[in-house]
Write a protein that binds this ligand. Structure first.
Ligand code: ATP
Ligand code: MG
Length: 423
């Protein structure tokens, strides 16, 4: 039997990798423009970190983590998300007390979920986390940054923002009790997951996908009735800042997020183009988390975006990309040697352009087919005649398809002129 990739772990073909690289480049540039600094985080952490941060009663900790004992018998977990590790990192490296931080990281996350389009067991996230800033201005900044990324990727038309406030922990506790009390009466009619959550994590019932449960929820108490004044002001402040900056959003009281650490602001960026895997980015505020992990209190807020889902969106948008700008075909040993040499001289002149040399034998006709398929603008042709005369034939693979023969010495300059005219 042949060995296959582990279920839910994706191979990225060159075309797919290229798209995710494009996204990463854009995100990197935008984050830098807002003064965010990149950090590197380990993929493995102590299991206890996630239990304490993400929460024992969340889906992630209950059933999605890749947890194992190492050879020393220590329980370790492949990170299912980045915020826990980032807070651990910031505290451990003394970045928090009396300081302001804007940090970001990228890399693989692992969750044992049912694999489907846009949902994998290993997936890539880029996350940003801010520390030491309690006001709604930095919440707004994160969202402005997100919006700029969508614009740069040309995806802004397909992604909308949904926003909610969870208030402070006291308000949540009070609301949780009232909500659970209300739902108790309908226990038998709730979907299976929600029945289980009734005792473990009733807030999560709010984002249940079951229409019957949603029907029941229509008469339920609402969190905003329990919200403390400070949280209300924070939320109003954020909404004003978003309005001032022309960021459209919808307040969705059912957004609670799947992790325990949030307070006040929570948000999701959602697309309708990916079916039920529609959340491409989510985040919010976690002011109590640092203290909960044993540090001196420091407010925090951040987001994580899913690169795999953004890649799926972008793939549909992008025209089929080309593998070459210049494709060199040749026949005979002498011509092939010249081809390699000339390709080198073009690469010296033209940075950023792809020069692909046809390696190995083949009829001119079949080589030219490959040149066409590569998407190149120019094909360079070298046969015995050209080698003897010190020339090279150039065929435009664009509309018109002109052909000319020039001396090999002037080739690099010719290509330089050709591509600079193009831009
Ligand atoms: P969902 O509701 O789709 O399960 P989530 O709330 O669990 O998402 P977060 O923990 O907030 O997701 O992670 C942030 C982002 O990471 C998501 O918006 C999504 O784009 C991406 N993501 C989460 N889980 C997966 C997965 N299993 N496969 C691919 N991307 C994922
Ligand atoms: Mg999930």
């Amino acid at each position: 039997m042949k060995i296959q990739a582990v279920r839910g772990m994706q191979d990225l073909l060159p075309a797919q990798k290229k798209i995710s690289r494009t996204i990463e480049d854009v995100v990197r540039e935008v984050l830098a423009a807002y003064g965010y600094r990149e950090i590197g985080l380990p993929q493995l952490e102590q299991t206890e970190l996630f239990k304490r941060v993400v929460g024992e009663n969340t889906d992630i900790v209950e059933k999605e983590m890749y947890t194992f004992d190492d050879r020393n018998g220590e329980s370790l977990t492949l990170r299912p998300e980045g915020t826990a590790g980032c807070v651990r990192f910031a505290e451990q490296n003394g970045l928090l007390f009396n300081q302001v931080q804007r940090l970001w990281y990228s890399g693989a996350m692992f969750r044992y979920e049912r694999p489907q389009k846009g949902r994998y067991r290993q997936f890539d996230q880029i996350g940003a986390e801010c520390f030491g800033m309690p006001g709604p201005d930095v919440d707004a900044e994160l969202l402005l940054m997100n919006a700029r990324i969508w614009r740069k990727l040309g995806l802004d038309g397909d992604i909308r923002l949904e926003l909610n406030s969870l208030g402070n922990p006291d308000a949540r506790v009070k609301f949780k009790e009232k909500l659970a009390g209300y739902l108790q009466a309908y226990e038998q009619d709730l979907d299976e997951d929600s029945q289980r959550r009734l005792t473990s994590n009733p807030l999560r019932i709010l984002d249940s996908k079951s229409s019957k449960t949603q029907e029941i929820l229509r008469g339920a108490p609402v969190l905003s009735d329990f919200m403390d004044n400070e949280s209300k002001q924070h939320f109003e402040g954020l909404r004003r800042l978003l309005d001032d900056n022309g960021i459209a959003y919808e307040v969705n009281p059912n957004i609670v997020r799947g992790l325990d650490y949030y307070n006040k602001t929570v948000f999701e960026w959602i697309t309708t183009t990916l079916g039920s895997q529609g959340t491409v980015c989510g985040g919010g505020r976690y002011d109590g988390l640092v203290e909960q992990l044993g540090g001196k209190p420091s407010p925090g807020v951040g987001f994580a975006m899913g690169l795999d889902r953004l890649s799926l969106m972008l793939a549909e948008k992008m025209e089929s990309s080309k593998d070459a700008d210049v494709y060199v075909v040749s026949q005979g040993n002498a011509a092939r040697a010249t081809a390699l040499r000339l390709a080198e001289s073009i690469r010296d002149q033209l940075s950023g352009k792809k020069v692909v040399v046809h390696c190995g034998d083949g009829k001119f006709k079949s080589q030219m087919k490959k040149a066409d398929a590569s998407g190149a603008d120019l094909a360079l042709v070298l046969g015995e005649d050209e080698v003897a005369a010190g020339t090279v034939s150039i065929k435009s693979l664009r509309e018109g398809g002109e052909q000319s023969t020039i001396s090999q010495e002037t080739l690099a300059q010719y290509c330089l002129d050709y591509f600079s005219k193009e831009n």
